[in-house]
Design a protein around this ligand. Structure first.
Ligand SMILES: [Zn+2]
Length: 102
């Protein structure tokens, strides 16, 4: 019986797994999005560039969610700007305070 490999999708800026070499093109993964799974038989992480795995797995849904997040962030920034102008606050300062708030 085969074991299903579950991919995890990450950004190389914040996360590293194994040798960080793409299993498709063989190049290093130094930046940008990539996916990985753990090959338990080989006791190794298998990594793959996003651009080498486009059209596979969850990239479409992740890109869609990222687009929604960017859209909501733009609406939020617009609301903060409107609030700041109405109440005389510096919108950049408010956004700086809120940058790490989820
Ligand atoms: Zn690659």
């Amino acid at each position: 019986m085969s074991v299903k490999n579950w991919y995890y999708h990450k950004d190389a800026k914040a996360s590293r797994h194994g040798l960080m070499e793409c299993c498709t093109c063989g190049e290093g993964i130094d930046k940008g999005s990539y996916r990985h799974y753990e090959d338990f038989k080989k006791d190794a992480f298998v990594t793959q560039h996003k651009h080498c795995s486009l059209g596979q797995g969850a990239w479409h849904n992740i890109d869609k969610e990222d687009a929604i997040t960017r859209e909501l962030r733009a609406l939020f920034v617009k609301d903060v700007d409107t609030f700041s102008k109405a109440w005389g606050y510096d919108s950049e300062a408010i956004l700086e305070l809120l940058k790490d708030v989820d």
